[in-house]
Design a protein around this ligand. Structure first.
Ligand code: C2E
Ligand code: MG
Ligand code: MG
Length: 558
């Protein structure tokens, strides 16, 4: 300190300067062990007040336990005058006890006796400047973005971005604690930094993801990113084995390369993210390289999903119900119809095989399914005037059953349109998704208690199980068209359909065959005595108006 300024004057200057910066200014009197820091620091960090004696102990308590060693060593060098400049990045604890990365820099001032008297400097919160992540001490994503954009292509070679994610990270957080989750991430970050050394830069992304950005590679032959993942994995396994065997976890990786000739942009992050997604979807604990074709498929899928969302928002514009006749074999008449959803994306008709799974995945099947129930029942009411026994079959997705109150939707429309319980039937596709668990059972029981008919759709392809039919209380089994296609030529299919039809009848279940396409098919299935038949032989699904004109109440059809 300048000899011509008194300590009081100095303190005033200090206070004025404190107000003009986001940083925290401090003076540590090394001999008196007295500390004075910007007032605001005592509001943020684990300090009771901004100036205090017994500084070494008080500050030590405010330092994140893992960093106390390096802090104390540095302070010792300062105190003994071994270093004149103090420059350290480490963590302090904030008022909630959470670690905050800080950069602390200062200058040692010696007294007339040549002893280190003061350390004067400033502390800045690294996180505040969006640079460093508090948990791992790594640069944040924002810095990665800057580094990608600033890459100098004249000098840089090829490279890759490798994204590493902790598998089932949510479970670690939930089963143990957030702190355990943070320690896991910190451990992973250390393993990665140790493995990568100076070959690449490491950054923390959001959530449980850490990214390795490697540039200046001479070549990308021999898959250096995959090799890097394997080395990191080995380091993580060793780390867990040494320390956290109780908290075993695995990691997945996704990576994308860029070559010397390419311009690189922020899409690189999206590509690696997409590859990591695939690694997780495909079973985790593996590493996947970015694949352009798969990515385009995925983007296309997102576009369709977006268009579906818009259709729903625009009052279901583009959606329409078609009706496929269902033939009652005993009465040789068109007894009813299955309502089948159609969707036009602009001028383009998209197959239900494509858009129904997307509606299910996005949950949009819930509002769309509600709309279908309303539309189909409205038509049913209209058509009953001409044909009192007319029955509409409505497909219900497992998503509607599991995630919405489909029964109350049904109740509402049945009441609104005055539909008899025998004039409507609900088809549910058999799938592993619909277990015979308590909740599902409850909902299906609600159908039963309202005397609503239930059919199991596409029987024989998925989760075929006779107990399932009994427990789920179905009234009708729709045998999948794959079997019906086979019965003329394949003895096995023929016997399965024949025996199953007899078995179902003996259990008081009705049977419908789907996919009867030709006269030959029809002749063949007729012998097996199903209750209902459906297929292109009679008609494809057609718009409501066409159904009404051509098929409604039609009798003597064979
Ligand atoms: P699904 O419920 O088994 O419907 C029968 C499918 O077989 C319909 O296909 C129908 O057009 C087709 N089909 C009928 N007869 C024949 C035939 O003789 N030969 C052949 N090759 N095919 C025939 P679509 O309309 O493409 O629907 C496919 C699937 O999409 C449906 O299978 C159903 O699982 C689902 N789906 C359709 N509409 C809806 C709906 O409104 N809600 C729900 N949740 N799913 C629906
Ligand atoms: Mg169906
Ligand atoms: Mg079917």
């Amino acid at each position: 300190m300048d000899k011509h300024i008194s300590f009081g004057q100095f303190n005033n200057v200090f206070k004025i300067l404190s107000k003009s910066t986001d940083d925290y200014l401090f003076i540590l009197d090394l001999i008196e062990d007295h500390y004075n820091i910007t007032d605001r620091a005592a509001e943020v960090f684990l300090l009771e007040k901004p100036d205090f004696y017994n500084a070494s102990d008080v500050i030590n308590n405010c330092v994140y336990p893992n960093d106390r060693d390096i802090f104390n060593k540095n302070l010792e060098l300062v105190r003994t005058g071994m270093i004149e400049q103090h420059d350290l990045e480490y963590r302090w604890l904030n008022k909630n006890g959470n670690p905050v990365w800080i950069s602390s820099r200062g200058q040692v001032i010696f007294n007339d006796d040549g002893k280190a008297q003061y350390l004067v400097g400033r502390i800045s919160e690294l996180g505040r400047k969006n640079k460093i992540d508090n948990i791992t001490g790594l640069y944040r994503e924002i810095r990665l973005r800057q580094d990608i954009l600033n890459i100098d292509r004249t000098f840089a070679g090829s490279g890759f971005l490798l994204l590493i994610g902790v598998d089932n990270f949510k479970d670690i957080n939930e089963r143990y604690s957030k702190e355990t989750g943070n320690e896991t991430l910190n451990g992973l970050a250390r393993c990665i930094v140790k493995t990568v050394m100076d070959k690449a830069k490491v950054y923390r992304m959001s959530g449980d993801e850490i990214v390795v950005f490697c540039k200046n590679l001479d070549s990308i032959q021999c898959d250096p990113a995959e090799a890097m993942y394997k080395n990191i994995k080995a380091a993580v396994d060793k780390h867990i084995g040494e320390k956290y065997y109780k908290l075993f976890y695995t990691i997945s990786g996704g990576y994308a390369y860029f070559t010397q000739e390419e311009e690189i942009d922020l899409k690189l992050i999206e590509k690696a993210e997409f590859a990591l997604r695939l690694a997780k979807i495909n079973g985790k604990n593996m590493c996947v390289c970015y694949d352009e074709n798969k990515y385009n498929e995925y983007v296309h899928k997102l576009e369709i999903q977006e268009a579906l969302r818009k259709s729903v928002e625009n009052n279901f514009e583009g959606f329409e119900l078609y009706y496929q006749p269902i033939v009652n074999m005993e009465k040789a008449c068109i007894y009813g119809a299955e309502a089948l959803l159609r969707w036009k994306n602009g001028e383009l008709m998209i197959s239900p095989g494509v858009f129904i799974p997307l509606l299910e995945e996005s949950g949009l099947i819930i509002p769309v399914g509600r709309w279908i129930i309303g539309e189909a029942m409205r038509k049913c009411m209209e058509w009953q005037e001409k044909c009192p026994y007319f029955r509409v079959n409505i497909n219900i997705s497992f998503v509607q059953i599991k995630k919405s109150n489909v029964i109350s939707d049904i109740d509402l429309f049945i009441e609104k349109y005055g539909i008899g319980s025998d004039n409507v039937l609900f088809e549910i596709t058999e799938s592993g998704e619909l277990d015979s668990g308590y909740a599902t059972q409850n909902i299906l029981e609600s159908f039963h208690s309202r005397s609503l008919n239930l059919a199991i759709d596409d029987f024989g392809t998925g989760y075929s199980n006779l107990r399932y039919i009994k427990e789920m209380m179905f009234n009708l089994v729709k045998i999948d068209q794959a079997f019906i296609k086979g019965i003329k030529t394949n003895h096995y299919d023929y016997m399965v359909v024949k025996q199953f039809t007899e078995l179902a009848h003996s259990l008081n279940l009705m049977v419908c065959y789907e996919g009867v396409e030709t006269e030959e098919d029809f002749k063949c299935v007729r012998e097996l005595k199903p209750d209902y038949v459906q297929g292109f032989y009679f008609s494809r699904a057609v718009p409501a108006k066409e159904f009404e004109e051509k098929y409604l109440g039609k009798e003597n059809i064979f």
